[in-house]
Design a protein around this ligand. Structure first.
Ligand SMILES: [Zn+2]
Ligand SMILES: [Zn+2]
Length: 137
């Protein structure tokens, strides 16, 4: 069991119960949840929770580098506990966001004509494996 209180303290974030639960949720659900999904899952545990609290908490976490927010063309933010550079695949049908292993041919630290890479956020879009199976049937 991870010590989320300590993780928050290390980042100088005061460890309220809401913050601990939100961080724990993101760690345990590596499916890039949205604010709505986090809210629906945590409201039975924390009845005082509001979407605004979740939104603000995620903003603090992102600013401190604890999590990453994944930009989305439809203005729905997805949140990721995995902060190491990796690529994503967004399904047009079920709207889920998956981690995907793709060789960009670019590594962190590379210098491209003087442009030094320290981050990448590739988002591929299409139809995911599960949805493809479903369509076939
Ligand atoms: Zn899908
Ligand atoms: Zn991810």
């Amino acid at each position: 069991m991870k010590d989320y209180t300590q993780i928050l303290r290390n980042k100088k974030i005061s460890p309220s119960i809401q913050r601990i639960k939100i961080l724990e949720f993101l760690d345990q659900h590596r499916t890039h949840p949205t604010v709505d999904e986090i809210f629906t899952s945590l409201i039975p545990i924390i009845p005082t929770l509001s979407k605004m609290t979740i939104y603000n908490t995620l903003k603090i976490f992102s600013a401190k580098g604890l999590i990453k927010s994944i930009p989305n063309s439809e203005n729905v933010g997805h949140y990721d506990f995995n902060v190491s550079p990796h690529s994503h695949f967004k399904c047009r049908l079920c709207k889920k966001v998956y981690d995907i292993d793709v060789d960009l041919g670019v590594t962190i630290g590379t210098d491209i004509d003087g442009y030094k890479v320290d981050e990448y956020n590739l988002i591929l879009e299409g139809v995911c494996k599960e949805c493809n199976e479903r369509i076939k049937k």
